[in-house]
Design a protein around this ligand. Structure first.
Ligand code: CS2
Length: 516
């Protein structure tokens, strides 16, 4: 998009002329070398890892920790950032005490190189196998790992996995790049490195390691042994809400910078990064940017995935169906806020592992506040994407724990039913939308089967019970949960509530049972 009426373009030459209130790198960019190769250069990585890394560099981390960012599919990020010398603005937005939106803008400088993998996979492999590279970090979203969401196993039939096993010189997926890149390092006699997932997956480091080893064993068992014994795969919990950047954002940020930035990112001020301190070849001190190094990230991951992401997904499906476009719009509905508060307080929190020092009440209230942030305009449709890849770790682990404790789960069931009904691709007002999900086709087929089963079962609750039985029988997402009558009944009852009363009615109907 052309931004008219502004000054020049953001680039190295423009840094000195930026308004005083815009934070800028402040370290010697010309002296910076690449130490990190990041695969999956989306908005999240640019607002999280790169922002934290930039703060570390400003605080004096070694100048060998610059980032090479790799887009695995599209050229748009490179095309926008190359003319800007890799510079882009990060706008942190929230509301002040009176509810008015405000933003703090800073320019991130640690992205030194941007590659587009499909244009030249060799260059990416060479970067991973460069002597200076010591960390390969990854944000490719849940579906980018090519695993079966319920079991966590590598899907060896996935076309990208098949392609990458057959084409070591030109991989296209993240596992292929990592394994073939590590293979080169080993062949060149270079030291092992750290491979670090920053995606919202449970035990993301362990999961990534297992996927990489499964793939590597098919390439060369000795390579798999080397990776297993010498490379590190720390787990981490990452948290920052980063909505997709819009043209309106670009205009607002250009106004703050006085120059055009074609590829800025917008995020909330809040940031968490809890990462296991297991690195094979060193790391920057990211604490300056808000990171925490721990021995075991698991309890933090469970907390975050179940509370933040579980609540986010619950909100998203119900909101898309009700026609609420943004998260803050949904949060302004008293029914939604109360529902999420109860879902967390009564159903999710009892399943969380202990975390010494955590004030869970404060965490929950803070989270509701973050969701209500009116300055983000976070689209519920964005969060609703890829539900098949998200539900297991966000909602279904909690469901399993509730079942094991023989505890009720009406809120979790409403969230799951919300997803299942969302799969119809039509909201309550009859507006049609696309269900974006790698398993969309199979899910649509399931949905038809479930509708037929419901018709055959007659009317009302019996129909929705039959419907829920078919939907929750979808094993790639639910595993064996579909065999669990208490779960199927709860989902059937919730779906019946949503079908008969709509989202607003169902949220209201949930309330009486929620008085402690
Ligand atoms: C969201 C997350 O889009 C989604 O699925 O739930 O991206 C969420 O905003 C982040 O995980 C917050 O840390």
């Amino acid at each position: 998009m052309e931004l008219v009426g502004e000054g020049g373009r953001l680039n190295a030459g423009a840094l000195d002329g930026l308004p005083a209130q815009v934070a800028r790198p402040g370290y010697d960019r010309d002296a910076l070398g690449i130490g990190i190769v990041h695969l999956g250069l989306g908005a999240f990585a640019r607002a999280h890892l790169a922002a934290v890394n930039d703060a570390a560099l400003r605080a004096g981390a070694g100048l060998d920790w610059g980032i090479c960012g790799v887009s695995l599919r599209h050229a748009d990020t490179r095309d926008a950032l190359a003319p800007q010398d890799g510079l882009y603005a990060l706008a942190l937005r929230d509301a002040d005490g009176s509810g008015a939106s405000r933003q703090r803008v800073g320019v991130i400088g640690c992205l030194l190189e941007t590659l587009v993998a499909p244009e030249d996979p060799q260059v990416v492999l060479a970067r991973i196998a460069a002597a200076g590279t010591r960390i390969v970090s990854i944000t490719v979203t849940e579906k980018g790992y090519f695993h079966d969401p319920a079991s966590g196993r590598l899907n060896l039939d996935h076309p990208d996995v098949v392609h990458d096993l057959a084409n070591p010189e030109s991989p296209c997926g993240v596992i292929g790049f990592v394994v073939h890149g590590l293979q080169r390092r080993r062949a060149m006699g270079l030291p092992p490195i750290t491979v670090m997932s920053l995606d919202n997956l449970p035990a993301n480091g362990h999961l990534l390691r297992a996927l990489v080893l499964t793939f590597a064993a098919r390439v060369d068992p000795a390579l798999a042994d080397w990776i297993a014994s010498a490379c590190a795969f720390p787990c981490s919990m990452v948290d920052r809400i980063v909505p997709r950047t819009t043209d309106v954002d670009r205009h607002e940020i250009a106004a703050a910078l006085g120059v055009r930035d074609a590829w800025p990112v917008v995020a909330e001020p809040y940031l968490e990064w809890v990462v296991e301190d297991r690195f094979a070849a060193g790391r920057p001190d990211w604490t300056a940017g808000g990171a925490r190094f721990v021995m075991d990230a698991a309890p933090f991951e469970t907390l975050k995935l179940r509370m933040v992401n579980g609540a986010h997904s619950a909100l998203a499906y119900l909101s898309v169906m009700a026609g609420w476009a943004t998260v803050d719009e949904a949060m302004a509905r008293p029914g939604m806020r109360r529902f999420l508060g109860a879902l967390m307080g009564q159903e999710i929190e009892p399943t969380l592992p202990p975390l010494p020092g955590l004030d869970i009440e404060k965490y929950r209230q803070g989270l509701l506040q973050r969701f209500a942030n009116p300055a983000l305009r976070h689209q519920t449709r964005q969060i609703a994407m890829d539900g098949s890849q998200k539900l297991p770790q966000r909602l279904l682990g909690t469901v399993r724990d509730r079942l094991a404790a023989d505890a009720p789960m009406p809120g979790l069931a409403l969230a799951v039913a919300g997803w299942l009904l969302f799969l119809r691709g039509q909201d309550e007002a009859g507006r049609v939308y696309e269900v974006q999900d790698p398993l969309a086709e199979a899910l649509a087929h399931r949905y038809e089967q479930a509708e037929r089963a419901a018709e055959q079962a007659g009317e009302g609750p019996a129909a929705m019970l039959a419907w829920a039985g078919v939907m929750t029988g979808y094993e790639p997402v639910f595993g064996d949960l579909g065999q669990e009558p208490r779960f199927v009944r709860a989902v059937g009852a919730a779906a019946q509530l949503l079908r008969s009363l709509g989202v607003v009615g169902a949220l209201a109907a949930m309330e009486p049972s929620r008085v402690d």
